[in-house]
Design a protein around this ligand. Structure first.
Ligand code: AMP
Ligand code: MG
Length: 334
């Protein structure tokens, strides 16, 4: 069969990214232009600034991607784009750009869900094996998703309130750590011991999780200690928080692995960069002889290569979008 080169576009948050992915498994070129430094000044992503920066940069990112790959639009078989979920204005820039390219160059258009992208990033490393369990952990998501086959998603459970990444970022803020806080909390936790008594969330047999109670508990604890003029042992608090938060992920993962005959476990999303998360999940998968795969960092953080990987099965099935495609901030996964 002839090789299929998909030009993929991702602009759901604060990264303008494009990639050329061959046959859904080989990344020929990946360009990621991050706006992180701009948003860091505000302590979080400012949606209006994000969409404006995408609009300013997207043409340049396309040129660079094609140039570095030594390709032209003639070498491209289809255009894939993230249409949901994310910041609406940011998504719209990518979607409108993709529709324009599809129309002008007469290439089929493929609409890809960002979360499916995070899961399919795995195919860039090794082919996914079903039944597969995906733990999606990011700034906006904490979900356990069962896949019995390509594009057969079953949402088993996930957070009922805040996402784990959001919780890491809030904890970072009360510990006076810089945005984005997750990696800084992880680093600080290495120096501490688990010596703060924090509530264990969702200690039950469901696949549901919760992080907001844990978050509030820590905010109140810091506030009260400050009012009493007491010193906060920051490293100990970071460690205590991380232990409790990640323990919840591991417990719920184990429940799902026990219930379904999981062959392949994957961790996806920005928080999968966390080594403690990887280690704790690895303990569970090792216990049940499940293959654990975590894509390399460049494919874990927001990137277009994962969108190209996720688009490929849709290309094979002939599931194309048309020029009516719209962006959506909905969390629904197909
Ligand atoms: P995403 O939403 O997939 O773009 O991922 C971003 C989120 O992942 C933010 O909330 C980050 O704080 C979080 N994050 C990134 N690296 C780490 C880490 N090493 N430990 C914990 N959280 C992290
Ligand atoms: Mg993401």
């Amino acid at each position: 069969m002839k090789d299929v080169n998909i030009l993929a576009i991702e602009s759901s948050c604060d990264e303008t990214s494009m990639a050329i992915v061959k046959n859904g498994c080989e990344c020929i070129q990946l360009t990621v232009l991050t706006q992180m430094d701009t948003h860091a000044e505000f302590g979080g992503v400012v949606p209006e600034i994000a969409s404006r920066m995408h609009a300013e940069n997207i043409t340049m990112v396309l040129e660079e991607t094609l140039n570095k790959a030594n390709m032209t639009m003639d070498d491209i078989d289809a255009i894939a784009v993230t249409y949901a979920p994310g910041l609406l204005g940011s998504l719209l820039v990518g979607v409108e750009f993709a529709k324009t390219l599809s129309f002008v160059y007469k290439k089929p258009l493929i609409a890809v869900n960002h979360i499916a992208g995070h899961i399919y990033a795995n195919n860039l490393e090794q082919k996914m094996v079903f039944p597969l369990l995906a733990l999606v952990v990011s700034g906006g998501h904490t979900d356990l998703i069962l896949m019995k086959d390509d594009y057969v998603f079953e949402h088993l459970g996930g957070t009922l309130d805040d996402a784990i990444g959001e919780c890491y970022d809030k904890v970072a803020r009360v510990l006076d750590l810089k945005y984005p806080g997750g990696p800084n909390v992880e680093k600080m936790a290495l120096e501490g011991v688990h010596s703060y008594d924090l509530p264990i969330p969702m200690n039950d047999d469901s696949f549901d999780m919760s992080f907001s109670g844990l978050k509030s508990n820590i905010i109140n604890l810091v506030h009260n200690e400050k009012q009493r003029g007491n010193e906060i042992r920051k490293a100990d608090l970071a460690r205590s928080f991380q232990d409790v938060a990640v323990d919840q992920l591991a417990r719920k993962t184990e429940l799902a692995i026990k219930k379904y005959n999981i062959k392949n476990m994957i961790i996806a999303g920005g928080v999968s960069a966390n080594k403690y998360v990887r280690n704790e999940i690895k303990k569970v998968t090792d216990k049940y002889g499940v293959l654990l795969s975590v894509p390399r960092m460049a494919y874990c953080t927001d990137n277009a290569a994962m969108i190209g990987a996720a688009a490929y099965p849709l290309y094979i099935k002939g599931e194309f979008a048309d020029l009516h495609l719209n962006a959506s901030s909905s969390d629904e996964l197909y």
